[in-house]
Design a protein around this ligand. Sequence first.
Ligand SMILES: O=C(O)CCCC[C@@H]1SC[C@@H]2NC(=O)N[C@@H]21
Length: 189
Amino acid sequence: MHDAPLAGLHRLVWTALMAALIAVGAMVMLPVGPVPVTLQTLFVALAGLVLGPARGAGAMLLYVLAGVMGLPVFSGGKAGFAHLLGPTGGYLFGFACMACIAGFGGLRGREARDTAIRLPRVALALCCCLAGLGVAYLAGAARLMQVLDIDVARAVAVGVLPFLPGDVVKVLLAVAAWRFLAVRRLLPR
Ligand SMILES: O=C(O)CCCC[C@@H]1SC[C@@H]2NC(=O)N[C@@H]21
């Protein structure tokens, strides 16, 4: 009977936690050009899988809002609205879409009560995360084209290809973490 308010609180805590973890992912940064290597995509994928499409996207918007309001949560500890208009602003917009799409790979309804997460279910989660990553790349590359005044091929060379192998590994880690939490019934409902 008292489960519903607690479940709501549990979801809220997870939403705030995921927004905070993406900020941590932005701090872990390797500056390699106009776009740095960060751990953000790991936590964006995890946010979607753990929270579902709507709340996953909500956690991303919360994260972006925190940065716009001046918290140093963007890559390299940057903050402010101007950062959204810079070379990496497209990815930040794309993260909400990525979390939303990844969220369709998470567990819903009765599935969430089943602790046996088999290979096809893991494969679905992985596909959703990779599709979401593709959309984040699309948004990121589109913004790079505008800001750096480059063509599509150059934007892909600068903003997608160097990150692809690492991001695939991050997505695999996110799926593994999600499965770990799910089989232990630690996910919000
Ligand atoms: O300025 C920001 O906070 C956003 C940085 C975005 C970095 C992108 S996300 C996809 C790709 N993978 C990385 O490791 N870095 C880029």
